[in-house]
Design a protein around this ligand. Structure first.
Ligand code: IPD
Length: 280
């Protein structure tokens, strides 16, 4: 039995199993949810915002919670059985075979300060098991920038799209021609570790950028605008959608858990990957 690839069922185990999810439908639900949350973000960009929590290097907004609830409602309407792991809390058993991974507003500090560089990030992940481990990988990725009206989508095994048009990572091979972005995570410890990396990199690339929204950093690599995005200390919801979008755009996404339950990652066009040291 062959499937229309644009409407295929998830067969990433290579065989049919009873709890399969139609990935095209999942992507449509995620796009609908991202558009709805993006509209709320647009409407509130210039308005005063209520902060639920403020720390030295981070802000959590009441709007983060409002947007996640909206996303959850839309996803649950189409897929009531799939749990959700989100920046603003989980619902259901997130170790299930499938799960949504949601960052309702990625780039919250930008957004809180009225800088229109923030996005919604939604991934559908599926458990993959080997003889030794079971872990989840993303099978659908959606990132929406409501200020530029840019929507990135990917389904594992298919081409990544920006507003419906296929995208590809950059062809640059030499670090000295590259524009590379780095993220500084929220904790002082992660920041201290990232600073030497920043200095090392700044001396070797054409330009270094800190744009403040990890998911957009990843989609910019997927689109060939940046050549790499590097961070030590991101959370799963920051990278679950963007990591898949990079892979589907021909790039390389590498990540590893850190001791403090965060993620260190390097996403690149693939050609400069080996030239970038792993952030400690
Ligand atoms: C943060 C942003 C930031 C990155 C942090 C993330 P949030 O996400 O993506 O650019 O450096 O690691 O946690 O808190 O705005 O959703």
């Amino acid at each position: 039995m062959r499937l229309d690839p644009a409407n295929r069922l998830d067969d990433s185990f290579g065989y049919w199993h009873h709890s399969r999810v139609n990935l095209k439908q999942a992507q449509s639900a995620a796009v609908k949810a991202a558009h709805a949350a993006g509209k709320v973000m647009r409407q509130n960009l210039r308005k005063p915002k209520k902060a639920n929590e403020v720390t030295s290097h981070d802000i959590k907004l009441e709007l983060d919670v409002r947007c996640q609830k909206l996303i959850e409602k839309i996803l649950l309407a189409s897929f009531p059985e799939i749990p959700l792991l989100g920046e603003e809390g989980d619902s259901g058993d997130v170790q299930s075979e499938y799960r949504w991974v949601v960052d309702p507003i990625d780039g919250t500090v930008n957004y809180a300060y009225g800088i229109p560089h923030a996005c919604v990030s939604i991934a559908l992940q599926k458990k993959v098991s080997s003889s030794k481990t079971a872990k989840h990988h993303s099978v659908v990725g959606v990132v929406y920038d409501p200020f530029q009206n840019e929507l990135w989508t990917a389904i594992r095994g298919q081409k990544a799209l920006l507003n419906g048009t296929p995208i590809r990572v950059s062809p640059r091979r030499n670090l000295n021609e590259c524009v590379v972005s780095i993220g500084f995570a929220k904790s002082r410890g992660s920041m201290e570790k990232a600073l030497p990396y920043f200095i090392w990199l700044a001396r070797r690339v054409r330009k270094i950028r800190m744009l403040g929204a990890a998911a957009l950093g990843l989609t910019y690599v997927a689109t060939g605008r940046l050549d790499a995005y590097i961070e030590r200390g991101v959370n799963l919801w920051d990278v679950a959608a963007g990591g898949l979008i990079i892979e589907c755009a021909g790039g390389k996404y590498w990540s590893e858990p850190t001791d403090d339950e965060k993620i260190r990652m390097i996403a690149s066009n693939g050609l400069i990957h080996k030239k970038l040291p792993i952030p400690k």
